[in-house]
Design a protein around this ligand. Sequence first.
Ligand code: BMA
Length: 324
Amino acid sequence: MPPLNGLHERLFHRHPSNPILSAADWPYPSNTVFNAGATLLPDGTTLLLCRVEDRRGISHLCAARSPNGLDHWQIDPHPTLMPDPKNHPEELWGIEDPRIMWMPELKQYAITYTAYSQSGPSVSLALTKDFQTFERRGQIMPAENKDAALLPRRIGDNWALIHRPVSSISEGAHIWISYSPDLRHWGSHRVVMQARRGAWWDASKIGLASPPIETDRGWLIVYHGMRMTPAGCLYRLGLALLDLKSPEKCLSRGEPWIFGPEESYERDGDVSNVVFPCGFTVGNDGDTIHLYYGAADTCIALATGSVSSLLDWLDGNGQPDGEE
Ligand code: BMA
């Protein structure tokens, strides 16, 4: 296949050892390992909370820890967080695609993940201090909804959740934000960004990829855009900047996509042509970003970029968000 990047600037560089984790590394039988949440623990260890799909098709979450975020992974010998359909019927068909956010006020990590059942995908929340015991808060957004992450601090008096509901009436699926005084009762729902239309790369569905990154200029978000093609869904990544004080305002949204399936491990797998990040870590310099992404719903890969370069790129390639 000819190279796909052409003359475009490369904002994220794939690690030569990609994919960095797959089912072959797992200490127990699994079908695929992908779409991992990520965080740096206080001692500098990188923790990935990986989506592991078993041979029934049901997913659970499993923690993998590495001193350098690249190799020497210590993988929990058993699933770290299993679906719990007895207490949480919305998890009957599994739990998927976690996003992790350290919440300084709560002194805990918040994990937002997709709970899947006959009612459709919905958003659930669990809190943890150590990724060993979890306080399950249950469903916080009803079906159909997914791709959710909390902002790490309150906006004014309220917590803010970015999420992606699906409506059978509106064309496309859009990114929304909702606010809550207590992480339980949610309101002030607003659309943040709409899927584009027609030929655009992000014309069918968009959703938050990894959690928002706080910068001086705003909340930087990497989002995925899905386009339906005659050969199936094609998932690529775009960039946008949300207002720091009013994150429902999209200040700038990149027009071209910045990262898409190119390598064989992204092109071929259980679901081909998918790059799907759910987490990142930032290096000691405060600028290097390590993006962890699921590739083709089969394995986990790593790509590295720079927050300042992403912001510079948005200056040249972004527009205030609006109807195309
Ligand atoms: C989305 C989610 C992801 C998955 C992607 C491609 O809707 O379900 O978990 O990686 O589709 O299959």
